[in-house]
Each structure stands twice: as structure tokens, then as C-alpha cells.
Design a protein around this ligand. Structure first.
Ligand code: ADP
Ligand code: ZN
Length: 760
């Protein structure tokens, strides 16, 4: 077999490397190669016409008989790699689980196996087989077959909290070790394979209480609820939207409709039409855990045709999902951010629900923005993409205003529910009246009382977890900060610890100030834990549920809590912004927002937009069913535009007032941004790396480069951090410029295109 120099992209911060690989290997095939001493999965890019002079290593193994990803998806990945300045191989794990391996013993219709073609070096023929398989004209039933993926009801094995015993058998030790390496949980089949033991060993460990076995059911099946499968008849407004979205061509559509205006019904109707044409639907949501109701609606409408890509799924479940997609076993794929790269073929519609949500942007490498890639994907697939929101991002809104996206509106709530009344409590006045800081204004207390006495629910939002946000010394004025980061520690009362919310550092709260020795430490700035405590004191007989990262870190905890709340097992809900997102509590009639202006102080040009969105979305939670809702918004800044327009529930008013600021200051949507971040244990090094990039960018005309500046969190986990912000009139010009100054490999500098978060 002839081996030729072949360029291979690796999921590492390295340029593509050249190896010897069989001639004719199709680009997009995964191979196993040795990099230094370890094995890595690489992606074939193509033959290397000008290979390096050094002696080349052969690859170790060809993993795929042909590219497993549909060609249009590979086109999208090539675009994304170029756009975000990352390697295609770094995007691969988002599209295809690493562990998914096709079987070489799969048989062709003529009885030959794929391995026969491989062994004969017939790579061109294999590439042809792949094309036929992707096109659906050739079926390879055993290609992705795995015994243990069949059927629902997979069993997960978890390590319990019981301490490691001093004496275990060698086999038991292997099981415990394998679990430890997998962070405490594995699917049973994977565990048995990893530990090379029989099921009996698990039985013994379970009897000793060292592990537990949990049946995981298909995430969809448990969500089927009665009453959701009634089909609604679209009203005239919804009908008009559906009619105005042609299904046979690419176009971006923005669906702007207040919460409860029936956007989901529009998506469902469109999806039904697309399915009827034999095409498929990619449906992106900001967070699966928060949308059990959507899944039950989907499953009721299209039974057995929906697959879910769950961020919380384990590797085996993810693999089962992808296998279903590749075998054309699901026609609607619902997923979070990374699902924009799901290997679904024959797309006829892309939906991006709650398109304004920040969770569509990845804050870790590769830093993709799924909403933007969804539009590109629809363009490549030649199908419409619908972005929906009650509070569209100003980027999307501006695109619709300028005619690049088609704008559709839903202005009524078809279920006949009125919008809640929003009342403002000026905390400055409340302070004057009470002569001290007010956590719950008298109006809010009375509102909660009224709701409780009618057997209704109330929800209180405060975007800060913990008990008190920091401790300071009244004698010397110092606050207790994280020793590794430049932020203050938050007091958690139940755990009786001071914690860093950035790096996880914890410490026991000191009795006296470590700086001056005086016992004058006091907590400042109350968090959700404190609010919960106050509520329990004020309303002793109410059932209170707190929802924040501390109470929902366990897998499934949030879903369970939300279901309990939906079923009326909770009277008072307290929580962070988690509460704002897409659920319906039938008995919720009062929403209280404790510190409405908290988010406005964040140094980010989107602070006002985010505050407006959050307030409007939370307000939309009140009174969605037959009971009218009431929103009480406590603020020190009642005149701020974000607050004023949120009170009036007037998105367009907000956008009209905010957009000119963006234009004047050259921020999106009137400019394209990129942010270089640099971090190092040595402050000077981190800064110098950015200064060098600035010099290179200085040669490009039309750019504005700001920095290097301290990052808002100037030190994180003992590393100093700087930022360099690049502004350009257009995305195209910015893309050109960034190619002049790629972040040097291995220097702690990273590039974030279209940055969403500036604060950490
Ligand atoms: P959104 O996605 O905009 O928040 P939904 O599609 O969830 O709105 O609709 C809100 C509620 O109104 C749901 O309970 C839904 O079943 C109901 N609804 C939507 N459209 C109609 C309609 N045309 N007729 C009756 N009820 C409707
Ligand atoms: Zn820290």
C-alpha cells in the first residue's frame, strides 16, 4: 500500500502536522496518530504537496472508512474554523463523540466488508461508499451498531459518598478506580469494559454500599404529561407568520413576540410542514434542563421522531443520540449550543429559540456563537432559519430593521392572558422611610402575603448567590478577598464558609479581621441564601424553594425542583436568573425583583440590554395562566432606560433608545469586535504578549485597538490577565485583520471573536 505525506489537523494548539498515510484517504476521515509520546485523534485535511524534509511518521490507524459527517456540516465546520481562528479538529468533538467508532466489519450489499476495501487500499471506493451512505442510497445497517446502545433504560453506576474501604479485592479496586477516573459515574457497559470485570463484582460493591446503580430512562419518556398534546388552531397573527416564512429557500427570520404570544406554536407548525416535505428540523434551545415542557409538547406532537442533545448527557447517551441522527432515526433534533454542529442531514429548518440568550456563546475554547453559526448552517443547507425572542438581541433587531432579516411579530397572548402589571418601588424612598436598608419593601411583603393567602405562588429574583456577597472590616475598611483572584469572597451560611465564586477557593470565616485584628467584620450585600432566610422568618408557614447554582449543582436537581414548583408543591421561589427562563408556573401571580439595577453596574456595553432582557423575561413569568399577574420591581435607579422600558414592557422603546448609543460608541451591531485575552503568572509577560499583537494590528487600516488593559478580574487562579479589544466597521474587515495577528501558540493568549462576556 502506498503511503503519502498527508496533512492532519489535531485538536491541540498546533498547526496541522504531516504524517504518512494511505494514498487517497478522503479529507474528513479521522485517524489515530502519535504526537510526541501520546496517541491523538486527528482529522485528515489532504495530501501535503510540500512536505517537510524531516523523516515522517506513519499514522497509527485509520478510524473511519469515510468521513462520518455530512458534507454540508463539514462545510460549516470549515467556515467556523476559519471564522473563529481554530482548527477544524477542535470543533470535531462538538459534532461527533470521540468514542463513536464505525465498524470495519460492516458488510456491503455484495458481501465484501469495509475492511476488505481498506486492506486493498481502495480508499477512493470507500469514499464513494460514504457518499452513497450519506445520500441514503446505500444502507450499512451494522456500521454504527453497538450492542449496549440498544433500547432505552441504560444503567448508570455511581460512586456513593461512603469512604473507600481499606480492604477490597483487586477486581473491586479496578471498578472503584475506573469510577474515580470518570468523576464518579459511568454507564454500566462502559464501566464493565474499563474495569474488565463481570457484573457480579458490581453486585457485591452495591451490597456494600460503595456504588449505586441507577436506571436512566430516555430523557423524553418521563416528560410525557397529559394535556399537552392538544393541537391548537393558530390564530390569524400566527397563521400570517407561518405563511410569511417560505420553506424552500435560505432566509433569516426574526420572530419577535412577547412571552406567551405563541412563538412555540409557530415553530411547531413550521416543523410539521418541514417534516411533511421529508426534511428535518434542528431546534436550538438555550438550556435543555429548563425546558421540560417544550420537550413534552414536541414529543406529544411528533411521537418517536424527536431526539435530544442534552448538555448533561453522559458519553454513552450522547453517542446514542448521534448514532440516531446518522442513521436517520430522528427528524427533529433539539439541543443546546453545540447541537448547531449536530450531524443531522437533509435539514429543512433551523430554529433558535430565545435567540438573545448568552448561553449560545461558548465561553471556552472553541468560542463559537451558535446563533450565528445556525444562520450560516441554514445558508449552507438552503433552508430558512427562525430566531425567536420576546427580547431580541440588538444585533438581530438591527438586522431586521435594516431588512437583512425578515421581521415577524406576535403581539397578543392567544390564551387570553393579559400582560402583568409592573409596579416600581423606589428603594431610595423606602430607605428614607425606614431609615435603614430595605430588603423587602412593605409593598412587596404585602404582595407576597396577598398571593399566599389566595393559595398562589410568588417568585423572588436576586442575581447573587450565597448569604452575603462580601465581608469587610468596619475598623480598617479591608474586605476579605480570594488569595488567588482579584474578587471578594462570598459568605455561605449553611456551609459556614467563605467561597470564591471564580476559582472555588474556600476558607473558614475568621473571627477577627486578618488585617487589623479587630473583631469588626461584617457582611455586605445580601444573596439568595440570606433572602431565603428572611422569607422563612417573615412567612414561617410557606414552603420555600431556593434555586441557584448552590442548590441545583446535583444532576437533575433543577428539573426536579421545577416540576415540583409547576405542580404547586412550592409557595415561594427564590433564586438567581435561572428563574427567568422559559417555564410556566400555573399558580405564579407575583414576581418580585429585589435588586433590579444590580446588573447595570457591570462594566460591559451590554449591561443595559441584559438588565432589560432579564427584567422583561422574569416579569413575563407572572400570571401566564388564568390568573392575572403582578410584578414588583425594587430599584435604586427607576429612571434608567433599561428599567423604565422594562417596567413598560416596551422592547421597541428600549431598542430605539439604546441603539444610538451603540452607534455613537462603535459597538455591535454597528461594529464587529474581537477580544484578545492574555494570562500569565507574570503580569509583564501577559501584557507584553498583547502589546506585540497590537503592534502587528497597527499596520491594518480602519481598525481601532484598545488596550492592553487589565481584565475586569485582573487576577484569576493566580494568573494575571489582560485584554486587547479590536473594533472594526465590518466583520469581513475584522476577519482579514485577525489573520495578520493570530494568537501565538502556547503563550496563554486566546482570541474571542464576537465576545459576549467581558467581565471574567
Ligand atoms: P411563547 O413560545 O411565545 O412563550 P407558547 O407557544 O408557549 O408561547 O404559547 C403560550 C400558551 O398559549 C401555550 O399554553 C399555548 O398552548 C397557548 N397558545 C399558543 N397559541 C395558541 C392558539 N392559537 N390558540 C390557543 N392557545 C394557544
Ligand atoms: Zn479565587
Amino acid at each position: 500500500m502506498t503511503l503519502v505525506p498527508t496533512r492532519i489537523a489535531l485538536n491541540r494548539p498546533l498547526p496541522p502536522l504531516t504524517y504518512l498515510a494511505p494514498a487517497g484517504l478522503a479529507p474528513g476521515v479521522r485517524v489515530k496518530v502519535k504526537v510526541r509520546a501520546s496517541s491523538a485523534v486527528g482529522l485528515v485535511l489532504g495530501p501535503d504537496a510540500a512536505p517537510p524534509a524531516a523523516k515522517l511518521k506513519p499514522i497509527e490507524e485509520v478510524l473511519d472508512p469515510f468521513p462520518m459527517l455530512p458534507s454540508k456540516l463539514r462545510e460549516l465546520m470549515a467556515f467556523a474554523a476559519r471564522y473563529y481562528g481554530v482548527t477544524e479538529a477542535s470543533l470535531l468533538p462538538l459534532a461527533l463523540p470521540q468514542a463513536l467508532k464505525p465498524r470495519w466489519d460492516a458488510e456491503l450489499p455484495d458481501g465484501r466488508r469495509l475492511s476488505d476495501l481498506r486492506d486493498a487500499g481502495a480508499w477512493d471506493e470507500l469514499a464513494g461508499v460514504g457518499e452513497a451512505w450519506h445520500a441514503g442510497s446505500l444502507s450499512l445497517s451494522t456500521l454504527l451498531h453497538r450492542e449496549d446502545l440498544r433500547g432505552a433504560g441504560l444503567t448508570e453506576v455511581r460512586r456513593t459518598a461512603q469512604p473507600h474501604p481499606s480492604r477490597v479485592t483487586e477486581q473491586q479496586a479496578r471498578v472503584l478506580l475506573a469510577l474515580e477516573e470518570a468523576d464518579g459515574a459511568l454507564m454500566e457497559a462502559d464501566l464493565l469494559r474499563a474495569a474488565k470485570v463481570s457484573g457480579a463484582v458490581l453486585g457485591t460493591l452495591e451490597r456494600h454500599g460503595l456504588i449505586e446503580r441507577l436506571k436512566r430512562v430516555d430523557p423524553l419518556s418521563q416528560r410525557r404529561e397529559a394535556g399537552v398534546d392538544r393541537t391548537v388552531t393558530l390564530n390569524a397573527e400566527q397563521r400570517a407568520v407561518v405563511d410569511a416564512i417560505p420553506l424552500d429557500a435560505f432566509h433569516p427570520h426574526l420572530l419577535y413576540g412577547v412571552t406567551g404570544s405563541g412563538k412555540t406554536e409557530v415553530y411547531l407548525d413550521l416543523a410539521g410542514r418541514v417534516l411533511a416535505r421529508g426534511k428535518r428540523v434542528l431546534w436550538l434551545v438555550p438550556e435543555i434542563g429548563l425546558t421540560p415542557r417544550l420537550l413534552s409538547r414536541l414529543e406529544a406532537r411528533f411521537p418517536g421522531r424527536v431526539a435530544v442533545g442534552h448538555a448533561g448527557l453522559n458519553a454513552t447517551e450522547k453517542q446514542a443520540d448521534v448514532v440516531r441522527l446518522l442513521q436517520d432515526g430522528a427528524e427533529i433534533f433539539v439541543g443546546v449550543r453545540n447541537a448547531v454542529l449536530a450531524p443531522i442531514r437533509n435539514l429543512g429548518l433551523v430554529i433558535v429559540d430565545e435567540e438573545h440568550e448568552g448561553s449560545y456563546k461558548s465561553e471556552e475554547h472553541p468560542r463559537i456563537q451558535a446563533r450565528d453559526l445556525a444562520i450560516k448552517r441554514a445558508q449552507i443547507e438552503g433552508c430558512p432559519v427562525v430566531l425567536g425572542s420576546a427580547t431580541p438581541s440588538l444585533e438581530s433587531w438591527h438586522a431586521a430593521q435594516s431588512g437583512r432579516y425578515a421581521l415577524h411579530r406576535l403581539t397578543e397572548r392567544p390564551a387570553g392572558v393579559t400582560m402583568p402589571a409592573v409596579e416600581v418601588v423606589d428603594l431610595r424612598e423606602a430607605y428614607k422611610a425606614a431609615r435603614k436598608k430595605v430588603l423587602f419593601s412593605p409593598r412587596l411583603v404585602e404582595g407576597i402575603q396577598a398571593a399566599l393567602s389566595k393559595g398562589e405562588q410568588a417568585m423572588l429574583l436576586l442575581n447573587r448567590r450565597g448569604y452575603e456577597s462580601f465581608w469587610m472590616c468596619r475598623a480598617c475598611g479591608q474586605s476579605l478577598d480570594c488569595p488567588h483572584c482579584s474578587v471578594s469572597l462570598t459568605f455561605h451560611r449553611a456551609a459556614h464558609r467563605l467561597k470564591c465564586h471564580l476559582c472555588g477557593h474556600e476558607a473558614a470565616p475568621p473571627e477577627a479581621c486578618p488585617f487589623c485584628g479587630e473583631a469588626h467584620l461584617r457582611g455586605v450585600g445580601e444573596g439568595t441564601e440570606r433572602v431565603e432566610e428572611e422569607l422563612a422568618r417573615l412567612f414561617p408557614s410557606a414552603r420555600i424553594l431556593r434555586l441557584d447554582r448552590d442548590t441545583t449543582s446535583r444532576r437533575g436537581a433543577l428539573e426536579a425542583a421545577l416540576l415540583a414548583a409547576e405542580h404547586g408543591e412550592v409557595d415561594l421561589l427564590v433564586g438567581t436568573q435561572m428563574l427567568a427562563k422559559g417555564h410556566t408556573f400555573p399558580k405564579l401571580t407575583l414576581v418580585g425583583i429585589l435588586g433590579a439595577d444590580q446588573g447595570l453596574k457591570i462594566p460591559d456595553f451590554r449591561a443595559a440590554e441584559r438588565t432589560f432582557q432579564l427584567l422583561t423575561q422574569v416579569a413575563g413569568r407572572a400570571g401566564r395562566a388564568e390568573r392575572p399577574g403582578r410584578v414588583i420591581l425594587q430599584t435604586y435607579a427607576p429612571d434608567h432606560p433599561a428599567i423604565r422600558h422594562a417596567v413598560a414592557q416596551d422592547f421597541e422603546g428600549f431598542a430605539t433608545e439604546e441603539l444610538p448609543y451603540r452607534e455613537a460608541l462603535a459597538y455591535p451591531p454597528f461594529a464587529a469586535l474581537a477580544l484578545y485575552r492574555s494570562e500569565s503568572e507574570k503580569s509583564e509577560e501577559a501584557k507584553a504578549a498583547l502589546a506585540a499583537i497590537k503592534t502587528r494590528l497597527g499596520r491594518v487600516a480602519g481598525l481601532r485597538v484598545l488596550g492592553p488593559l487589565d481584565a475586569p478580574v485582573a487576577r484569576l487562579k493566580d494568573r494575571w490577565r489582560f485584554q486587547l479589544l479590536v473594533k472594526s466597521p465590518t466583520r469581513e474587515a475584522l476577519g482579514e485583520a485577525l489573520r495578520v495577528a493570530p494568537p501565538p501558540l502556547g503563550t496563554g493568549v486566546s482570541l474571542d471573536r464576537d465576545p459576549q462576556s467581558f467581565t471574567v
